[in-house]
Design a protein around this ligand. Structure first.
Ligand code: AOF
Ligand code: ZN
Length: 388
């Protein structure tokens, strides 16, 4: 079907609205996607909207159709993810959409979960007009965690750092609090509420004793993950204090522990019991002779647990390790207009790359945002071209 320019523009506007509705539940739907749905009548007037609120609750299409008692004759239904055909925690949506009498369905992107697609075919067989790929890039971007998890079986990792203009995370004397101002630090809290988990290295736990909770009214706390090759996390560390976090990012993740300490095969076992007694789970992953934990194995384990997004808050060795293993999916950098110079630590450690051509490559994403005196940059990993 050839669409008029006017209709194509209307499709984009309604798809953008679907993403806006979906966005309200970011951080609460894992391992499910964020999905929004808009239904318009023949005149183009919105008659119902819906969004998916988390595992076990109705999918977005069903939430919107329920407001019309599942009858939408001649209407157009917009949804940022192809309607599903599988029986999961909830029944398949495509047949419900088909039976509602809608004349047209506009989809942002196909379902990336193997075996969950096929909704388009179900609709087309019933002579429902289907348009796919409206704002596809935005839809894929909005569901980066879900798409990464569905395609690669691991969470999407966001590397976050607060840095000076010369890329440092501390002065030569180790002073780091605070590089960025209050507005940037408040934005980090928002990031924590929109990720399933927050991960740091043991160095950060020993230096800062952080809680790593969201501290936003009404928000849920992420699961806390510590990379700790030798189990040096003090049992009295603040992040192990049961009063620092009671909530879970989503109903499907509620069975997971609040804190996961990840260690290697060479860790002293006598320290484990004290950490478990404080409510943490201790996970063991392979490590090399330098004590480097296998982050690829960890990523797989996190994916198997249904964690689809992890905010990595440093330090530099953790960031370097994720970059080196092609696990840095997006970056959020808060840059303060200050310079400290010298050999102070930069936000990425490791051995460094000698050849510019092999530098980790990113594409700047959203516009730069001003937060008080600071700026926030976001970037997405540039996909490695096939065959390299
Ligand atoms: C959602 N929300 O609005 C749509 C989804 O097992 P379930 O019932 O939780 O289904 C999850 C799958 O359903 C998900 O992986 C995706 O393939 C499909 N579509 N999921 O959570 C929605 N439309
Ligand atoms: Zn569905």
């Amino acid at each position: 079907m050839k669409l008029s320019a006017e209709l194509r523009e209307r499709d984009r506007v309604q798809m953008a609205r679907c993403l806006e509705l979906a966005e309200r539940y970011r951080g609460r739907t894992s391992p499910n996607p964020i999905v929004g749905c808009v239904i318009v009548d023949r005149a183009g007037k919105v008659i119902a909207e819906g969004a998916h609120a988390g595992p076990g609750t109705p999918h977005a299409e069903i939430a919107a159709l329920a407001k019309l008692k599942h009858k939408a004759k001649g209407a157009t239904l917009y949804v940022n993810l192809e309607p599903c055909t599988h029986q999961g925690r909830t029944p398949p949506c495509a047949p419900v959409v088909r039976d509602s009498g809608v004349a047209r369905v506009v989809i942002g992107m196909e379902d990336p979960v193997p075996g969950h697609g096929g909704g388009t075919a179900v609709l087309k067989r019933a002579k429902v007009a289907v348009t796919s790929g409206v704002l596809r890039e935005d839809c894929e971007r909005a569901n980066l965690p879900f798409v990464t998890w569905a395609r690669e079986g691991r969470p999407a990792f966001t590397l976050k750092a607060a840095i000076t203009l010369d890329g440092k995370i501390a002065t030569v004397a180790g002073e780091s609090q605070w590089i960025t101002g209050e507005a940037a630090r408040a934005d980090v809290m928002r990031l924590r509420t929109t990720h399933d988990a927050v991960m740091v290295g043991i160095g950060t736990v020993l230096a800062d004793d952080p809680q790593l909770t969201a501290r936003v009214k009404g928000a849920r706390d992420p699961i806390r993950i510590v990379l700790d090759g030798e189990l040096r996390t003090p049992p009295m560390a603040k992040l192990l204090d049961p009063s620092t976090s009671r909530t879970s990012p989503s109903a499907a993740l509620a069975k997971l522990p609040r804190v996961i300490i990840v260690t290697g095969t060479h860790a002293p076992t006598d320290r484990e019991a004290a950490l478990i007694a404080r409510g943490a789970d201790v996970w063991c992953v392979p490590d090399d002779d330098k004590g480097q934990l296998d982050v690829t194995a960890l990523a797989r384990m996190l994916g198997e647990s249904g964690i689809t997004s992890v905010l990595v808050e440093g330090g530099g060795e953790v960031h370097a390790s994720l970059l080196d293993h092609q696990l840095a999916d997006q970056l959020v950098l808060y840059v303060a207009p200050r310079i400290v110079g010298g050999p102070a630590k930069s936000w990425v450690g490791g051995a460094g790359l000698p050849v510019l051509a092999s530098a980790h490559a990113f594409v700047f994403d959203d516009a730069v945002v001003r937060l008080g005196d600071d700026l926030r940059f976001t970037a997405l990993a540039r996909p490695v071209p096939e065959g390299t």
